[in-house]
Design a protein around this ligand. Structure first.
Ligand SMILES: Cc1cc2nc3c(=O)[nH]c(=O)nc-3n(C[C@H](O)[C@H](O)[C@H](O)COP(=O)(O)OP(=O)(O)OC[C@H]3O[C@@H](n4cnc5c(N)ncnc54)[C@H](O)[C@@H]3O)c2cc1C
Length: 404
């Protein structure tokens, strides 16, 4: 039996504490907030998309950084195990579109309660309002906290990343890891909105479903996806943009061009026929009104301006050349990315404790015996869909399970 201190009571720390305690270790979980799982409460818009009901292989296809490192942990504790764990501990689940798993109650708080219940059942001691300030390693670990010093044979660092710092994720774990001799891969926000050089402020709040967003660097297409996009006061957000952010957050944004296809279901010939028909049927109307058949009203003027057509022009005065320009613009509307939004708005941190210095089978440090890592503090991140919480659960379970 070992004395184990888990630092951080988020998804990964709670799972790690449970796994370590069920094996007979004496586990203390230290959380600086007044309650555990503060971030879990806001996940999935308060409903907590806790995992994705897919196979380990499908899961790994949705990991952006660290897929190879994660393979063992995901096979050892796959989404099916998370679902089984939750159900065995009294949480009914449901699976929605895209295999996203939620509590049947639609309350994220039920996920936290379930994890807490499981921890209590195996004897985890939870210290709230206790902030870890320093970790020292001699014969054993000495953990200095805001209330008292703790001693442990093993420490699990589950302090999360930098995203949404109001939930307690303020990057403390990176400091502890660096002080222990670990390399920290620079952190950038991921799954976050994108500021544009020229935001379409008039379209703020407009959501477009089934559009294609393409990102290019020079002539090279970096990605091209169909989905939902939201215009905001600063630029763009929504599922398509969050996914894209994970792919471009380490690239120089001034070298990236984005193009929006408003009508991906229509090829150019079909769309042109549609324009000709609209222009004929509404020949005496101004273009800004004619466009409303094709686009939300707030986008008509920006699209016409991008095609260099006066919004006041009558449909029957539009030349063939202008129509061709409009057609091109509808399929390739340019957006100039300027900057990602910050960690306050990001869903996840990309970067963290270097995976090269952590044993993927156990989550133990290769540098400091008895020091383990799990969750977002590691240089691991995935797309939306329940994948990030599953990473927290798999790595948390793996760390706790391997303390013997
Ligand atoms: C708005 C939002 C929505 C999200 N929705 C989803 C979703 O639906 N599905 C999904 O899969 N993922 C989602 N995520 C991502 C997911 O929440 C994270 O990947 C996951 O919570 C990371 O868990 P963690 O345990 O590693 O870190 P955290 O949840 O950040 O937990 C770390 C804990 O450590 C504590 N701590 C930090 N430093 C100290 C210290 N010095 N002393 C003591 N305690 C400390 C913190 O207070 C915190 O409680 C969402 C994220 C956000 C921000």
């Amino acid at each position: 039996m070992k004395e184990v201190v888990v630092i951080g009571g988020g998804a990964s720390g709670l799972m790690a504490a449970y796994a370590a305690a069920k094996n007979g270790n004496k586990v203390t979980l230290v959380e600086k907030n007044e309650k555990v799982g503060k971030k879990i409460y806001i996940t999935g818009k308060g409903r907590c998309n806790l995992t994705n009901d897919c196979s380990p292989d499908e899961f790994l296809q949705n990991v952006v950084r660290g897929g190879k490192f994660l393979t063992g942990a995901i096979y050892a504790f796959p989404p099916a195990r998370t679902m089984q764990f939750m159900e065995e501990n009294g949480l009914a689940l449901k699976v929605e579109r895209g295999n996203r798993v939620f509590p049947a109650s639609d309350h994220a708080s039920d996920v936290t309660k379930t994890l807490e219940r499981a921890c209590h059942a195996v004897g985890v001691k939870i210290l709230l309002n206790t902030e870890v300030q320093r970790i020292e390693k001699g014969d054993c670990f000495r953990i200095a906290t805001s209330t008292a010093d703790l001693v442990a044979d093993a420490v699990i660092l589950a302090t999360g990343g930098l995203a949404c710092p109001s939930t307690g994720s303020t990057g403390d774990g990176y400091r502890f890891a660096a002080e222990a001799g670990h390399t920290i891969t620079p952190c950038v926000p991921s799954l976050v909105g994108l500021e544009l050089a020229a935001p379409l402020t008039e379209a703020q709040g407009v959501t477009l479903k089934n559009v294609v967003l393409t990102a290019k660097r020079g002539q090279k297409t970096l990605s091209s996806r169909l989905g939902e996009l939201l215009f905001t006061h600063y630029g763009v957000s929504g599922p398509l943009v969050l996914t894209l952010s994970a792919e471009i957050n380490r690239l120089p944004l001034n070298e990236i061009s984005l193009f929006l296809d408003f009508k991906p279901a229509l090829d150019e010939k079909t769309l042109d026929a549609r324009l000709v028909r609209d222009f004929t049927e509404r020949k005496n109307e101004q273009m800004k009104n004619v466009m409303r058949g094709l686009l939300p009203a707030a986008l008509s003027v920006p699209v016409l301006q991008a095609a260099n057509i006066s919004p006041a022009k009558q449909a029957n005065a539009v030349t063939r050349e202008e129509r061709m320009r409009l057609l091109y613009t509808l399929k390739n509307f340019p957006l100039r990315p300027q900057k990602l939004r910050g960690f306050e708005e990001a869903v996840i941190t990309s970067g963290g404790v270097s995976l090269l210095e952590v044993n993927p089978k156990t989550m133990e440090s290769k540098k400091v015996k008895g020091l383990y890592f799990c969750g977002e503090v590691l240089d691991l991140d995935a797309y939306t869909g329940g994948f990030n919480l599953q990473i927290a659960f798999s790595t948390g379970f793996c760390a706790g399970e391997n303390i013997k």
